[in-house]
Design a protein around this ligand. Sequence first.
Ligand SMILES: [Zn+2]
Ligand SMILES: [Zn+2]
Length: 114
Amino acid sequence: MKQITECPICKVGECKGYFGLCPVCHETDGYANAGRSHRFYCKEHKTSWCAGSNLFSSWRYQTEAEQRAIWDEIGLNYFEDVEPYIPPECTSFAADTNETPREVDTLKAGEAPF
Ligand SMILES: [Zn+2]
Ligand SMILES: [Zn+2]
């Protein structure tokens, strides 16, 4: 059996960070779309990072104006662009496969996947 080391930040056996996590707290508050690409963010630490594009179908149902309104509401323009933390136990999803798991694809923008 594979030994899973406890993450000192999340205090759990396995942090779920397919799309990357805030490097400070290993959490994310969800994502916002920018065109076809998805930007995850942590509100507490004002960090954000790009998780790839066209992973979630939600972007198709938003107009550019709607996307901008969401960005403004979160204040994403003022967030710092960071390298996300990717748990070693998790393979980065975008790098690994282009397929999005079904449960993740049903997420709406603004919802955290984990
Ligand atoms: Zn962690
Ligand atoms: Zn954070």
